[in-house]
Design a protein around this ligand. Structure first.
Ligand code: F6P
Length: 556
């Protein structure tokens, strides 16, 4: 059994007094609609909203009242959340199954901070690494870094998967407005077609490949890197390799064995979890595309959110409040999923970024004492951008049978000064949140149809289909403007939300053993497929392998 000495509580959420109280409170509250809660609580919208820097969070359109918040706050008090937050920031080895600290927050802390891990002040190393990263980015941007035929670098390709891909993909797109004209491409999947679709558009003379892999053993990344190396060597020579290949990894030795030049290797410390790694050298492609100053602003925004999370009272603490509301729906209302709907095309990859951050962290069924859990943990995260999503799956959100809490995210200012369209966009955001909460009742529908001049018979037939039950909850997160600083803060907000949820659910949020089994079995199957043999499998898998081998032979 692995206990975590640094999270002394190790208490499951259903043990504290507050849990039982929340259960009976849920019983009472479920009889009231959100609209009724508004009429019974004066200034509810004010007491259930928070302002912080450029952020304004309205969480009043939820199935909660002030008692709910008080009880949820009692819960985290009983679970000693404060102590866990201190353990996180101070570098205690809270990733106990891997015996590691969890210090992505250190990557954005200030130079004057000191943080000892195993007796070493890691801040100075972080700053040193950052300096190297910034100077490399500047060289590329200023065209001082040249390819083997002396061409300036026009394209950076990030080769990595999971956390070594999703953060750079998301942020590079989110901060498109701030980018220079260096192309950033991504190769992640093991699929050869995906790889060659990208390679065919590249000029090896003006391209740099960043091989980003914390372990430098991930099958997808290493196979892709080898194929790319062969492709490159058809044009360039191994002597020119140093001008075109960079590694970002924890395994310096493996990167060297791949013939990456020493000066092109950036180290990922073991206390950086893959899904939280964009703040360090995994963010190199971001740093090149938006430039070091903007990258620094991204870090500063995250750092500021870190301070808010670490120091604010829980009742005013945005990540804590959002985590608790999410727990409220997950554990007391039985909501399985949560939708994230940014009203900004720049944030189109935010839902998939959050899927890894949240689901790889909190998709666990064993508690910190190694025991099977008897309550729900990690939510299913999904979503897409508004207004596109309105024309895709909002039907189900409005009139489906499932309870799906939503985070709406919007920006006040348009980056291209398209204020008229921005007004329309944000009106849609507000309108959707309102419609989900208010719904439309039978008499409203009948009145509307009468106004349109429909007959009694037609009205009778149509009415049930036009009713919206309403009472569907959402948070609205409004941010003044999409800047690197505010984006950093937004990502950190969700990181901390995920952390709080893991603490409450009494799970280890920073390992990911659940991704291993599928990889092992894929290796076993590949062994058979490549040799045209067949080991022992379940009968369905056996049938699929046979089908694949037979059909492949017919094709070849
Ligand atoms: O598949 C899970 C995972 O380990 C992720 O946690 C990680 O982000 C990804 O694989 C990539 O790992 P690496 O950076 O070591 O290649």
């Amino acid at each position: 059994m692995i206990k975590n000495p640094f999270l002394s509580s190790n208490i499951s959420p259903n043990c504290p007094n507050a849990w039982e109280k929340l259960k009976s409170h849920h019983g009472e509250l479920s009889k009231k609609s959100i609209v009724e809660l508004f009429s019974s609580e004066k200034d509810r919208e004010k007491s259930l909203s928070l302002s912080w820097e450029d952020f304004f969070i309205d969480f009043s359109k939820n199935k909660i009242n002030s008692t709910t918040i008080d009880l949820l706050l009692d819960l985290v008090k009983e679970l000693d959340l404060r102590e866990s937050i201190d353990a996180l920031f101070s570098g205690k080895k809270i990733n106990a199954t891997e015996n590691r600290s969890v210090l992505h927050t250190a990557l954005r802390s200030e130079t004057k901070d000191t943080l000892l891990v195993d007796g070493e002040n890691i801040i100075s190393n972080i700053q040193e690494n950052k300096k190297r990263m910034f100077s490399l980015a500047k060289k590329i941007i200023n065209e001082d870094w040249r390819g083997f035929s002396d061409k300036p670098i026009k394209t950076i390709v990030n080769v990595g998967i999971g956390g070594s891909n999703l953060g750079p993909v998301f942020v590079n797109e989110a901060l498109k407005f701030y980018r220079n004209d260096i192309n950033i491409r991504f190769i992640s999947n093991i699929e050869g077609d995906h790889l060659f679709e990208i390679l065919k558009s590249l000029d090896p003379e003006s391209t740099i490949f960043i091989i980003a892999s914390k372990t430098f053993t991930t099958q997808e990344t290493i196979i892709n890197a080898k194929t790319i190396k062969d492709w490159f060597l058809q044009k360039g020579s191994i002597k020119s390799f140093g001008r075109h290949f960079i590694a970002v990894t924890s395994s310096i030795e493996k990167a060297k064995a791949f013939e990456i030049a020493d000066e092109n290797i950036f180290h990922i410390a073991d206390w950086t979890g893959g899904r939280f790694s964009l703040w360090g050298p995994v963010g190199l492609s971001i740093c090149v595309s938006i430039g070091p100053n903007n990258f620094e602003r991204l870090l500063n925004g995250a750092y500021s959110m870190d301070k808010h999370f670490r120091n604010s009272e829980f009742k005013n603490n945005i990540p804590v409040i959002l985590a608790l509301i999410s727990i409220w729906y997950n554990n007391f209302w039985g909501a399985d999923s949560e939708a994230v709907i940014p009203y900004s095309q720049y944030l189109k990859n935010f839902p998939s970024y959050l899927q890894q951050a949240s689901m790889e962290s909190n998709g666990k069924n064993i508690n910190r004492d190694g025991k099977k859990i008897s309550y729900q943990t990690g939510n299913i995260i999904w979503g897409s951008t508004g207004t596109n999503a309105q024309h895709a799956f909002f039907q189900l959100l409005h009139q489906g049978t499932k309870l799906i809490p939503i985070d709406f995210i919007g920006f006040v200012k348009s980056l291209h000064a398209q204020e008229n369209q921005q007004d329309k966009l944000i009106s849609n955001l507000f309108g959707q949140a309102e419609a989900l909460m208010l719904g439309k009742n039978k008499s409203q529908v009948i009145k509307e149809l009468e106004k349109k001049g429909l007959s009694k018979k037609e009205i009778f037939k149509l009415t049930p289909f036009k009713i919206f039950d309403g009472n569907r909850p959402s948070n609205t997160i409004m941010i003044k403007e999409l800047t690197p600083y505010n984006l950093g803060a937004l990502i950190a907000l969700y990181e901390h939300k995920i952390f709080v949820q893991g603490i409450v659910w009494n799970i280890f949020s920073f390992d990911q053993w659940g991704v291993e089994l599928g990889k092992e079995l894929a290796n076993k199957i590949y062994d058979d497929i490549s040799k045209n043999t067949l080991k022992d499998y379940d009968s369905s898998t056996k049938q699929l392998i046979k089908f694949y081998l037979k059909t492949k032979t017919l094709f070849l």
